[in-house]
Design a protein around this ligand. Structure first.
Ligand SMILES: Nc1ncnc2c1ncn2[C@@H]1O[C@H](COP(=O)(O)OP(=O)(O)OP(=O)(O)O)[C@@H](O)[C@H]1O
Length: 214
């Protein structure tokens, strides 16, 4: 099986008509590469991740996954593709405060119709490797930003997604934790995944194969 491919094709997008963030933006991300999205604050790094992650539709142009355009797909089909192929790490973790930490990590099983029991030990091992194995049965209310971020990473990595999109994944982390996160991304890329990170962290940029400057 060939690895994943993710393309933007003449992508044009703005949140309103006065400010176009992307105007005919074309870029190809290929299997095995880890790419940094860089550029000044407000240039659209997070927005590009939302477009690549099929959470936002372009005004014109398209996002293609494995050669297939996605903008004409309905919401359900886009959500299915996302669940099957994409692990997304939001800038502010976005954990569900009503569920336990373990249930947060196992959330994607729900969308992939996978039995939770099969993924439970993997989730626990991931949480341990990221140093956040304590209190897995409690709710995320009292976590620090860095702890919440690492749990969100476990959630995104649980299914070994073909495409990982991460927004400032090392933003809240100390150097040692950031290294663990970067190592996990590098291993996914070595296994053939596409990893795209939006970041201002020069250490993380240096670990990427290339940068796309917005
Ligand atoms: N939901 C929204 N509605 C309207 N404008 C938005 C929305 N989200 C972001 N923007 C605007 O779009 C622009 C790009 O925002 P985005 O968060 O993608 O930039 P960024 O490069 O990721 O910034 P940072 O480095 O600060 O995280 C900014 O001017 C922002 O104010």
């Amino acid at each position: 099986m060939t690895g994943p491919m993710l393309e933007t094709k003449n992508l044009t997008f703005g949140y309103d008509q006065r400010s176009t963030l992307f105007d005919g933006f074309s870029e190809t991300f290929t299997s095995g590469e880890m790419v940094a999205l860089t550029g000044f604050s407000g240039r659209g790094k997070s927005t590009l991740l939302y477009l690549l992650g099929l959470m936002v539709k372009p005004d014109r142009g398209d996002v293609a996954i494995n050669g297939a355009d996605t903008s004409l797909l309905g919401d359900a089909a886009r959500a299915r593709l996302r669940a099957q192929l994409i692990g997304f790490v939001f800038q502010d973790a976005c954990l569900d405060s009503t569920r336990t930490i373990l249930d947060n990590v196992l959330e994607t099983c729900l969308y992939r119709s996978e039995p939770r029991s099969r993924s439970r030990s993997k989730a626990l091992a991931l949480l341990e490797s990221f140093g956040v194995e304590g209190h897995v049965d409690s709710r995320p209310g009292r976590l620090s930003g860095g702890q919440a971020g690492r749990i969100a990473l476990c959630r995104a990595l649980l299914s070994d997604p073909a495409i990982i999109l991460a927004d400032e994944p090392t933003g809240n982390l100390d150097a040692a934790s950031a290294e663990i996160v970067t190592g996990a991304f590098r291993r996914r890329a070595a296994a053939g995944a596409i990893v795209v990170v939006a970041t201002h962290d020069s250490t993380l940029v240096a670990q990427c194969d290339r940068s796309v400057v917005l």
